[in-house]
Design a protein around this ligand. Structure first.
Ligand SMILES: [Zn+2]
Ligand SMILES: [Zn+2]
Length: 146
């Protein structure tokens, strides 16, 4: 589904992503929070865990994202400035996600780790936070797996 951004190998069956998207969580009793996913700010794709691990420090440095491994709310801490982030409002979420490529249009996440969240001051609202999400398909939020 694309060349590895580290070594150029074409990714066909699995893809290892680093991505930042706008997200908003809804909390319900007795179940995992449900995430609405909005626009992606950026996404980098790799052929293997090794390529991603090798590239991760420079990718995150390029986007100025310190890794903090936040939980899934309802309130977490901005990775840049330390301000509280209301996870139930639109905010930027930076994920490391393993994707299984099912078809040209279907990608199935198999594993995910939330690396950081950014508050609205650190990630301006005009970058998509106030608009209706382009993709409104709810998914279960990833649980932390460190
Ligand atoms: Zn690679
Ligand atoms: Zn901040």
């Amino acid at each position: 589904m694309g060349p590895c951004m580290k070594c150029g190998t074409w990714c066909e069956a699995v893809m290892y992503e680093l991505s930042a998207c706008f997200e908003k969580l809804s909390f319900f009793p007795d179940t995992l929070p449900v995430a609405d996913v909005g626009d992606y700010l950026w996404m980098e794709e790799f052929c293997s865990c090794d390529c991603r691990a090798a590239a991760r420090p420079s990718v995150l440095a390029k986007h100025d994202i310190p890794v903090r491994y936040p939980g899934s709310g309802p309130v977490e801490t901005c990775a840049r400035c330390g301000a509280p982030v209301d996870m139930t409002a639109w905010h930027l979420a930076v994920y490391q996600i393993d994707m299984r490529i099912v078809s040209d249009v279907v990608l199935q996440p198999t594993n995910g780790t939330l690396l950081a969240v950014l508050c609205r001051r650190c990630c301006p609202a005009e970058a998509g936070a106030e608009v209706e999400p382009a993709v409104a398909a709810p998914k279960e939020a990833f649980t932390q797996d460190v």
